[in-house]
Ligand binder design. Structure first.
Ligand code: AMP
Length: 237
């Protein structure tokens, strides 16, 4: 059936309204599951900020602020930064003006203690989480993805030496920033990050399942297909 102009206008205004409604999302998934890539695209699609605790910590390291100096020793080994530090960072960040219409948390929470503190925080601030998206990817795929990953030091866009090369070697297509290989993407550190994920973060899948918030998505599909599935989940929130 052909789409007439009036129904197209109604549809467009519906999409715009969706873009403006409050939407609070948590992204779960092992390192290398594609959370960052998808969170960044969803952030643009729904007009809400992506909050990556890993990016916040890496910025603090680059800018040599106290937080970064403390965090670096944990990050270099693939260990988690202490809960109280991370909870403080996220508490400040979700209070900022740009989170008024929602946010996408990428890399937080990573422990049950973080999840419980965040529950308290969101209850006190009356900012309930709408959905927890969980990306499933097998371990060997994660190792392959991370060991070949290159990241833009300015805008954090991800590339891969085999599957997703930039147009110009070592330079970001998006912002012309320099690409680098994260020190914690070396294989021994990646394996440790996966161990930490299994022991400490994976229990959150059950935690959010019990709260009826979890939506699991196959993270081994093509980036575009995963994105479409995620959009369709968020559009009906
Ligand atoms: P990511 O960029 O999310 O892979 O995080 C990189 C590193 O930052 C992790 O391996 C941890 O050392 C640290 N980190 C990021 N988010 C958290 C968190 N929620 N809790 C503890 N450590 C974190």
């Amino acid at each position: 059936m052909p789409i007439n102009k009036a129904s197209l206008i109604v549809f467009e205004s519906f999409v715009k309204q969706r873009g403006r409604r409050k939407l609070r999302v948590i992204f779960l998934g092992p390192p290398g599951s594609g959370k960052g890539t998808q969170a960044s695209r969803l952030s643009e699609r729904f007009g809400i900020p992506q909050i990556s605790t890993g990016d916040i910590l890496r910025n603090a390291i680059v800018n040599k602020i106290g937080l970064g100096i403390k965090a670096k020793e944990y990050m270099d080994k693939g260990e988690l930064v202490p809960d109280d530090v991370i909870i403080g960072i996220v508490g400040d960040r979700v209070n900022q003006q740009d989170c008024e219409n929602g946010f996408i948390l990428d890399g937080f929470p990573r422990t049950v203690v973080q999840a419980e503190s965040f529950d308290k925080m969101t209850e006190e601030m009356s900012i309930p989480v709408d959905v927890v998206l969980s990306l499933n990817v097998n371990e060997e795929m994660v190792v392959k993805r991370l060991c070949g990953r290159m990241v833009c030091k300015d805008c954090s866009t991800n590339y891969h030496i085999d599957f997703n090369l930039p147009k110009k070697k070592g330079i970001c297509d998006q912002c012309s920033g320099k690409l680098y290989h994260r020190p914690d993407d070396e294989e021994d550190v990646v394996r440790n990050r996966l161990r930490v994920y299994k022991e400490t973060t994976e229990p959150l899948i059950d935690y959010y399942q019990q709260k009826g918030l979890l939506r699991a998505i196959d993270g081994e599909e093509k980036i575009e297909n995963i994105f479409k599935q995620l959009v369709s989940v968020l559009e009906v929130m």
